[in-house]
Unconditional design. Structure first.
Length: 111
């Protein structure tokens, strides 16, 4: 477990703010892909794709393995779990507010 979960979350959210990085994650979520394959699928140069993959790796959202001389990238679901956990914390509050609003709503004359 990370010693700085807040910092890790900030890095992950900053990485996800970029649409190119989200597109890259969409490509590698189905399985490991080489940089060239990713670049082709998202329409970026290999250099730009490599940069974005570096950011995603630093944020804990992607991992890299080697297959011979090829570097393969895939989504790191552990990195996404921190983001999901953060976002999931909002739902109980919103659902409780919705429930209270419905329960406190005055019936109209038609109903």
């Amino acid at each position: 477990m990370s010693a700085q979960p807040g910092r890790d979350l900030d890095r992950a959210l900053r990485a996800l703010a970029d649409p190119n990085r989200r597109a890259i994650l969409a490509v590698v979520r189905t399985g490991p892909r080489a940089v060239g394959q990713i670049a082709e699928e998202v329409g970026l140069s290999q250099q730009t794709t490599s940069h974005h993959l570096g950011v995603l790796r630093s944020a804990g959202l992607a991992t890299q393995t080697k297959d011979g001389t090829r570097h393969l990238f895939v989504v790191n679901t552990d990195g996404l779990a921190a983001v999901r956990s953060y976002l999931d914390d909002f739902w109980p509050t919103k659902l409780a507010a919705l429930k209270a609003a419905i329960e406190n709503r005055k019936p109209n004359a038609d109903g």
